[in-house]
Design a protein around this ligand. Structure first.
Ligand SMILES: [Zn+2]
Length: 276
């Protein structure tokens, strides 16, 4: 009944507005089309993903974001011995797991932040662990557990999935920027917009499913490299006991802590033969 009372003139005026709506709908349709046409299967996890940036673009974005990530958490740690252990354990996992056959370039960094208990992965293979988390770990295998989990985020391309979803939300603008992004000539895309994207990567919070998948891949990868996969359970216990007052370790704030996480890890260990 209401619509019948709207005068014809108003309808006429509204056509400009519906023109804009049509344009917005076309942009949204284009975004949806490019999102769903980016469907591909992850070679390691077998999972169907919607990603339209290349591994080369992931590597370049990660390399560009790495200095900013390091600067946020105290810069690189100066203890060469500890950094060497982080490199050794990280590279051992890469070399003996499917991560070694991926196009990614892994690089492991110990950061000089003794307050923030956390570890991070940027797309393409830049991986970070803070001094505060490193010092809490009690065995080399637990270090392997943390790094294996972060390698899992890279291999499962969680950041790239987030970028694809962000492009879907932002429509053409974001898509145009990424489409124009040339890893060999980073200045070819708008610097300001790439800077925004890098800021998003640095503060990115993965979802619960991403965490469970990375735990699973972490179990598989450290087992491949000869570490006891139960060490990842040890990491969760270390983190849980690092809670001071009502403030959980930052690892749990950037890595949402799903219920039954330990149980899921134990289940993965029992079914270790199903690993990729
Ligand atoms: Zn994680």
């Amino acid at each position: 009944m209401y619509y019948r009372t709207v005068p014809t003139r108003s309808r006429g005026r509204g056509s400009g507005c519906s023109g804009r709506l049509l344009m917005a709908a076309a942009i949204a349709a284009f975004s949806l089309f490019s999102y769903f046409s980016s469907r591909q299967d992850n070679p390691v996890t077998g999972e169907t993903q919607y990603i339209d940036i290349t591994p080369e673009q992931e590597i370049a974005l990660g390399l560009e974001a790495a200095p900013q990530m390091a600067a946020e958490f105290g810069g690189l740690d100066e203890n060469a011995q500890d950094q060497a252990l982080v490199d050794e354990v990280g590279n051992r996992i890469v070399q003996s797991s499917p991560a070694g056959n991926s196009p990614y370039q892994f690089d492991f960094h110990l950061l000089d932040d003794d307050q923030t208990i956390n570890a991070f992965a940027l797309p393409g293979g830049q991986i970070f662990i803070t001094r505060a988390l490193y010092d809490k770990l009690t065995t080399e295998g637990e270090l392997a557990g943390v790094l294996g989990h972060e390698i899992g985020h890279v291999i499962a391309r969680h950041s790239a999935e987030h970028i694809a979803k962000a492009k879907l939300t932002e429509g053409l603008t974001g898509a145009a920027v990424i489409a124009a992004y040339d890893p060999n000539n980073p200045s070819s895309a708008s610097r300001a917009q790439i800077a925004v994207l890098i800021g998003q990567l640095i503060t990115l919070r993965y979802g619960r499913e991403d965490e469970l998948e990375s735990d699973y891949l972490g179990v598989c990868f450290i087992n491949d490299s000869g570490y006891d996969p139960n060490e990842l359970v040890g990491v969760m216990q270390v983190l849980a006991s690092a809670q001071t007052g009502d403030r959980p370790p930052e690892f749990f704030s950037t890595h949402p802590n799903p219920e039954n996480r330990v149980a899921r890890i134990q289940n993965a260990i029992q079914n270790i033969n199903a690993c990729p």
